[in-house]
Design a protein around this ligand. Structure first.
Ligand code: PRX
Length: 633
């Protein structure tokens, strides 16, 4: 039987109209989704931000307010690596654990406004840690598990984090990933410059790791000794809730700051609307909490709405293909949210693998993080969704806080590979290269957002000016997303990918400049340029063109290995280039900038239409580049 959904086309139209014609009234009404210590009387204040006179605590919204009605309802199902190892925590139990950790943080001197870094594998302490910070008004800074020690050190330094929560190790299939050792290496990198006073260590396995006396502590005994009563800190809606690093076109990662009231409302509103949330749902978002998807749809959205989330410690196909589907079946997952890269990888295992499992409880399935190709969308819809579940292709970004463009189940008919229509309250526009708004229905241009929305980031940590120059100044009067899009005759949006120098590998956002700056540390390399090229599995892969100081005399294999190693140690393994071309020179404009557009074409073998080369400082480098690439392939 085809499932029915709460939102009808007419209801969505009414909401969209209300948000357009009376945004203040619409958002104040939506704000009732949250429990406020002081109910706001204003929604969007251009100067003071969202809900400026409202006050609340995010952990109270995700835990305390459910205690009376849903205290014994399971908040988190934690499926550990071992199939028999399942931890189910009710809202009451989560509340208890969060309060204990919040007290431990306070005991270690953490106060309102401080920063706490969380560097953990897929363990439940990640969610508990985020909510514990929220409880005492500290900002969490979750660091992706795949970051190298250097990348961690830079972010600890930039954020000024005073405390770190990490693990002895993380499990990745049969492998033990050395979290604590990496953190120790990070802490040694900027000695004297970091504010970190303490490191609390979660025992994920029995593996022992050295603790530095006075600085490092095992977390478990501290939690046991802590009180389970913890008064929440009442925050202004516009106070920061967290800081999360993402990549842009400069080499320096940006600490995106999200506020408490607006962000939380956006998380709850979009989770409810886009996933047609119901009280007995089991919601599984496969994202790592180190990325925004994990913040909004593992922790804040579902828990604020009183849902049950599934957290899986393991990998999709370990110990055997089908592991994800086995987990979905075992826990009766109703809502499944993942990335196109994961779908493409699972698709390769064959249709018979998911066919062995009962996925009949699934109602809504979604994707995020990168454009999805037609074939993967269709497979997801047919084989996983069994043509019964709508596929919600959700477009959004770290900066938007939550979903912006997506088909609302029951109200918008999905189309393969289209994010479809903006949600009520979201005003998407397309601009041409001169920054003029395109009114035609069928059009392609730069995707911008008009007006504000509650989930919009407050700023970039300690860099308001960069926030303005990155998002608000490129197209005055509009918020610039960095993406291009096509709009069809029904006003459906089709995201075409980044128009800036951001590369999207398996849904991970990596700045070209981040890679280039890392390679600059390699003394054998004079200069380089990093670009993204299409990749069948990962969406995009990274190609580097590097100019060695001594091309003729150097050992090519050694130089390439050196580059790969440098990127792995400076940024992380997830950013390691797929291909490195050693070349004599790079194509540059007269002002000395590498022309990445040209490099992209050359790397893809599209050498027929290279366009006008006369603006290059030295057009003569192009034939040599083409030859270098062709001789290697
Ligand atoms: O290029 C878009 C792509 O991911 C970028 C945002 O990356 P990040 O801030 O890491 O957040 C990822 C999770 C929200 C966007 O600028 N992107 C995200 N969702 C989609 C997408 N591209 C196409 N379709 C999507 N559904």
């Amino acid at each position: 039987m085809a499932p029915t959904f709460r939102t009808t086309p007419a209801a969505l139209r009414i909401q969209t109209d209300a948000a357009r014609h009376d945004p203040e009234g619409f958002w104040l009404d939506q704000a009732r989704r949250l429990e406020w210590a002081t109910m706001p009387t204003r929604a969007d204040d251009k100067d003071a931000g969202w809900f400026p006179d409202g006050a609340l605590n995010a952990s109270v919204n995700c835990l305390d307010r459910h205690l009376e009605t849903r205290g014994d309802h399971v908040a988190v199902i934690w499926q550990r690596e071992n199939a028999d190892d399942v931890v189910r925590l009710t809202y009451r139990e989560m509340h208890n654990r969060v309060c204990r950790l919040a007290n431990v943080l306070r005991d270690h001197g953490i106060r309102r406004g401080d920063r706490v870094a969380i560097h953990l594998p897929g363990v439940i302490e990640g969610i508990i840690g985020m909510l514990a910070c929220a409880r005492i008004g500290a900002m969490h800074v979750v660091l992706f598990g795949g970051f190298s020690a250097e990348a961690i050190a830079d972010r600890l330094h930039d954020s000024g984090a005073q405390l770190v929560i990490t693990a002895n190790v993380g499990l990745r299939g049969a492998k033990h990933i050395p979290f604590k050792t990496t953190m120790d290496a990070a802490l040694r990198l900027h000695v004297g410059k970091l504010a970190v006073r303490n490191v609390l260590v979660v025992h994920v396995t029995q593996d022992d790791v050295p603790l530095e006396a006075g600085r490092d502590f095992w977390l478990a005994p501290l939690l046991e000794a802590a009180s389970s009563a913890c008064e929440p800190e009442i925050m202004r809606a516009t106070d920061p809730l967290f800081l999360l690093y993402t990549s842009g076109s400069t080499g320096k990662p940006k600490g995106i700051v999200h506020g408490t009231g607006g962000y939380l409302l956006w998380a709850a509103y979009t989770h409810d609307l886009v996933f047609d949330h119901r009280a007995d749902d089991v919601f599984w978002c496969t994202a790592d909490i180190g990325w925004i998807t994990g913040h909004t749809y593992v922790t804040y959205g579902p828990l604020c709405n009183g849902g049950t989330v599934l957290l899986f410690e393991g990998m999709p196909s370990h110990p055997a293909p089908g592991r994800w589907w086995e987990v979905a079946q075992a826990h009766g997952v109703t809502t499944f949210y993942t990335s196109p890269t994961a779908i493409r990888a699972l698709m390769r295992e064959g249709d018979d693998v998911p066919g062995r499992y009962d996925l009949s409880r699934l109602r809504v399935i979604g994707t995020v993080g990168e454009p999805i190709n037609n074939e993967a969308w269709q497979w997801f819809a047919d084989v996983i969704g069994q043509r019964r579940c709508p596929v919600v292709d959700t477009w959004w970004q770290t900066e938007t806080g939550g979903i912006m463009i997506a088909p609302v189940p029951g109200a918008v008919t999905p189309r393969p590979a289209s994010a479809t229509l903006p949600l009520p309250g979201v005003h998407a526009v397309l601009l041409d290269e001169k920054g003029r708004k395109i009114d035609a229905h069928r059009a392609e241009g730069v995707l911008c957002l008009d007006g504000s929305w509650p989930g919009r980031a407050l700023t970039i940590w300690r860099d308001d000016a960069v926030f303005d120059t990155t998002y608000l100044k490129p197209y005055p009067g509009h918020y610039f997303t960095g993406d291009g899009a096509y709009r069809d005759e029904d006003d459906y949006y089709w995201i075409t990918g980044r128009v800036d120098d951001v590369i999207n590998v398996s849904g991970h956002r990596i700045g070209s400049a981040e890679i280039e700056d890392a390679i600059a540390a390699d003394r054998d390399i004079a200069e380089c340029a990093a670009i993204g090229v299409p990749h069948a599995l990962k969406g995009q892969s990274i190609v580097v063109f590097a100019v060695p100081r001594d091309l003729a005399g150097g050992n090519a294999r050694k130089l390439v290995d050196g580059i790969l190693k440098t990127v792995a140690t400076q940024v992380g393994r997830y950013a390691v280039p797929e291909t490195v071309h050693l070349v004599a020179d790079l194509p540059k404009t007269r002002s000395g900038k590498s022309v990445r557009r040209l490099l992209r074409k050359i790397a893809c073998g599209e050498t027929d239409g290279l366009g006008d080369l006369s603006t290059l400082m030295d057009p003569g480098v192009v034939p040599a580049l083409i030859e270098a690439v062709q001789s290697e392939s």
